[in-house]
Design a protein around this ligand. Structure first.
Ligand code: ATP
Ligand code: MG
Length: 356
């Protein structure tokens, strides 16, 4: 007869940390996958240059920020370095036609979306790509390139803890089906911001510095860190940062994960608070995001969960999260918290149960 072994908290978090590292490592993209994706990017860039010779096609999102899982989709952004250029929606239409003629991709141009994009996909049967590929191409989305770089810098300050936490939460949120903005839950980008907010502003001592509040080493002219109205400054010299910034927080990745779930199931002020990685906890009221009493249902739904975009500060990254969506997400945070608090005999069992 099996007698339940008593697992001490210390023993459990040591084991769970190791399990988290092992779990995440096997979900990283293979070198082959990264090479194929880079080939696809180059091919697409070559084709786009037949329309706009002065253009560059750059990766953003998970393929470029260090938070990429195996078989994740590709986010690409086309920058055009010339004064006169076609509008984004015309480019989407023309590029859509060209790719349809010249490649094997399934092509879906969306010229009239809020951000016009071309959607591309290849079926899983293609050689070298056992899981196919999905890719979005947008135009001139320079803020997305900057927020990708910001997230990448955060990942590089403390890769072992930050990357492991983020990658685990991405897998967890996908397996628990709370990672679809189209169905009222939160995008991966939103979850990453929640993790960074937690590590910068909730943990005491903090695990990460606030990169947007560290001043530059020497003064730089305003036009170099403004994009339109948006201040995109952040401290990005990782070598300097690694020399000067040592976190005095020594918690293991498992302890941080347990505390992350506890914080977002119990402590975060969903009704009044805004999570801002730039400025800490803000009030919905002070941002004019408290429109819960608005008579228009679509607006009323808009600010249930509030996460400020790091640069586009009047933009709520979680605006797609509905009342039901938030209820489900919070329920999942509680479930995860409960499973981890019960300290199952084997840490691996806890992870499997979490992601069931
Ligand atoms: P996944 O591997 O799940 O695709 P990802 O890291 O690529 O995750 P996405 O949510 O696909 O994350 O976001 C990719 C990029 O798109 C982000 O880095 C961000 O620049 C932009 N983005 C995504 N969602 C939003 C949003 N709600 N608001 C603003 N920008 C967003
Ligand atoms: Mg993506």
């Amino acid at each position: 007869p099996s007698i339940r072994r008593h697992v001490s908290k210390h023993q459990f978090v040591v084991e769970l940390s190791q399990c988290l590292f092992d779990f995440v490592v096997q979900l990283l993209p293979t070198p082959e996958e990264l090479a194929v994706k880079e080939d696809v990017r180059k091919l697409l860039e070559k084709l786009i240059r037949t329309i706009e010779p002065n253009s560059r096609l750059l990766s953003f999102g998970s393929t470029a920020n260090g938070f990429s899982l195996r078989n994740s989709d590709m986010d690409l952004c086309c920058l055009i370095d010339s004064e006169e250029r076609l509008s984004a929606s015309d480019l989407v239409t023309i590029l859509g036609d060209l790719l349809e003629r010249e490649t094997k991709f399934k092509v879906k141009p969306l010229p009239h979306a809020r951000i016009p994009i071309v959607k591309l996909s290849l079926d899983p049967s293609s050689p070298g790509l056992p899981h196919g590929i999905a890719c979005d191409i947008g135009f001139e989305n320079r803020l997305a390139l900057e927020n990708t770089r910001l997230l990448m810098c955060y990942a590089m300050v403390d890769p072992a803890r930050v990357r492991t936490l983020v990658l685990f939460l991405k897998v967890w949120s996908k397996r628990r089906k709370i990672n679809s903005p189209y169905e009222g839950t939160l995008s991966s980008y939103g979850y990453v911001l929640l993790v960074i907010y937690f590590l910068v502003h909730v943990k005491n001592p903090p695990v990460l510095p606030n990169l947007q509040q560290i001043p530059p080493l020497r003064p730089i002219p305003r036009d170099e860190y403004y994009m339109g109205d948006h201040n995109v400054w952040f401290f990005d010299d990782i070598d300097v940062l690694r020399q000067r910034w040592q976190s005095s927080n020594t918690e293991s990745v498992a302890e941080l994960l347990i505390d992350f779930f506890r914080y977002y199931s119990r402590d975060f002020l969903y009704n009044s608070g805004v999570a801002s990685i730039r400025a800490g906890l803000l009030q919905k009221e002070s941002k004019g995001w408290q429109n819960q009493s608005d008579s228009r249902p679509d607006l009323r739904e808009r600010n249930r969960l509030c996460i400020e975009d790091p640069f586009e500060t009047d933009y709520n990254v979680a605006r797609c999260v509905t009342k039901d969506g938030l209820y489900t997400i919070r329920g999942e945070f509680m479930r995860a918290s409960r499973i981890l608090a019960s300290r199952p005999e084997r840490a691996l069992l806890a992870l499997t149960q979490l992601c069931e």
